[in-house]
Design a protein around this ligand. Structure first.
Ligand SMILES: [Zn+2]
Length: 292
C-alpha cells in the first residue's frame, strides 16, 4: 500500500486531526542509510511527524525542515519535506547499536540524548520561519509536542510509531497528530486528554492493522469522521549536479583550492540519497574561476 498523509474533521471536535502511513518511505530511508533498528525508529518517527506537518502548508513550493542536533550516539537527524509529499532524511550516525529496553521496546531516547529540535518552514517569504526548542525526552513524539506548544503556541497531541521485526524489517510506520483550534472548549480538551490516556499506543494500533481512518475513528469513539485531504508520501531526493555545484561554490576559497591542487578533484555524496557526484580538477577550477 502506498504511503499517505490524511487530514480529518471529526464531528464535534474543534481540532485539526492528521494521520500518516509512512512504511514504504521509512523502509527506503532504512535501505539508503543502512540504518540500525534504533536509528530507523528514531528517524522514522521524525519523518512521520514532519510528513504530517506538510498538510498545513498552503503553496506547492513550501517546504519544512526538521533538524535534530543531539549528543546521543545518533548525533543528528534532518528531515526535509515539501508540500508535494516528497520527503528525504539524513541520519548522522545511522549504524548505531543500542540494546532494547528491558520491556523489549526500542530505546530511541538513548540514541538521541540531549539537544535541540529546530523546525524551519520555507513559505516562500523573504525569510523562512524558524522555531527552536530543547529536546525534552528524545522519544521524538514528545519533542514535537513540546515544539508545537512552546514555539507555535498550538497545544497538540503527537503519537508516532515504527514497528520493526526481529530481522530489522519495518512492518509498519506511522502516527497521528491532534492540534487544538483556538476555540476548542475546555470539555473537548478534557475529553481528548482522557481518550489519549486510555487508548492503545499507535504501535499497538498498527499491530492490529488499523489504517489511518480506523485509527481516528477509534480515538474518537466512532464519531463521524470526514476526510478533508489526502496526500501521497514518497521518499524522494531532489539533489542534482547543479545543486551540488552550487554547494561547492559556497565553500571557502582556500578549501576549494586544496581540492583542486591536492585532491585533484572531488567526489561528493548526497547525504539524503547517497548519490555520488564526481568533479574533475578542471571542473573544480571552472567553479573556482566563476566565484573569483
Ligand atoms: Zn540526493
Amino acid at each position: 500500500m502506498k504511503d499517505q498523509i490524511t487530514s480529518f474533521k471529526v464531528e464535534g471536535i474543534q481540532a485539526r486531526v492528521f494521520a500518516v502511513n509512512s512504511k514504504e518511505s521509512v523502509r527506503e530511508m532504512q535501505r539508503i542509510h543502512n540504518a540500525s533498528y534504533t536509528a530507523t525508529a528514531a528517524a522514522g518517527r521524525a519523518l512521520s511527524a514532519t510528513a504530517m506537518m506538510i498538510m498545513t502548508l498552503k503553496n506547492e513550493t513550501d517546504r519544512i525542515n526538521a533538524q535534530i542536533k543531539c549528543d546521543g550516539p545518533i548525533k543528528g537527524i534532518v528531515v526535509a519535506a515539501n508540500a508535494n509529499g516528497e520527503v528525504k532524511v539524513d541520519i548522522y550516525q545511522p549504524m548505531i547499536y543500542i540494546p532494547l529496553k528491558k520491556s523489549g521496546k526500542l530505546d530511541v531516547a538513548s540514541a538521541i540524548g540531549k539537544g535541540t529540535l529546530t523546525i524551519v518552514k520555507d513559505l516562500g517569504l523573504k525569510n523562512p520561519y524558524t522555531g527552536n526548542v530543547n529536546i525534552v525526552s528524545g522519544e521524538i513524539a514528545e519533542d514535537f509536542t513540546y515544539y508545537f506548544a512552546a514555539s507555535e503556541q498550538t497545544p497538540s497531541v503527537v503519537a508516532l510509531g515504527v514497528l520493526i521485526d526481529k530481522n530489522d524489517t519495518v512492518i509498519a510506520s506511522g502516527g497521528y497528530m491532534i492540534q487544538l483550534l483556538p476555540d476548542c472548549p475546555e470539555e473537548t480538551i478534557s475529553y481528548i486528554e482522557k481518550r489519549i490516556s486510555e487508548i492503545d499506543s499507535v504501535t499497538a494500533m498498527m499491530e492490529k492493522g488499523m489504517n489511518q481512518l480506523q485509527m481516528v475513528e477509534y480515538i474518537f469513539e466512532n464519531r463521524r469522521v470526514e476526510i478533508l485531504a489526502t496526500k501521497d508520501l514518497n521518499y524522494k531526493c531532489d539533489c542534482s549536479r547543479d545543486r551540488i555545484e552550487k554547494g561547492i561554490s559556497m565553500l571557502k576559497k582556500d578549501d576549494l583550492k586544496k581540492m583542486i591542487s591536492e585532491d585533484k578533484g572531488a567526489e561528493v555524496t548526497c547525504h539524503f540519497c547517497n548519490s555520488k557526484y564526481e568533479f574533475s580538477e578542471e571542473e573544480l577550477q571552472k567553479i573556482y574561476d566563476k566565484i573569483k
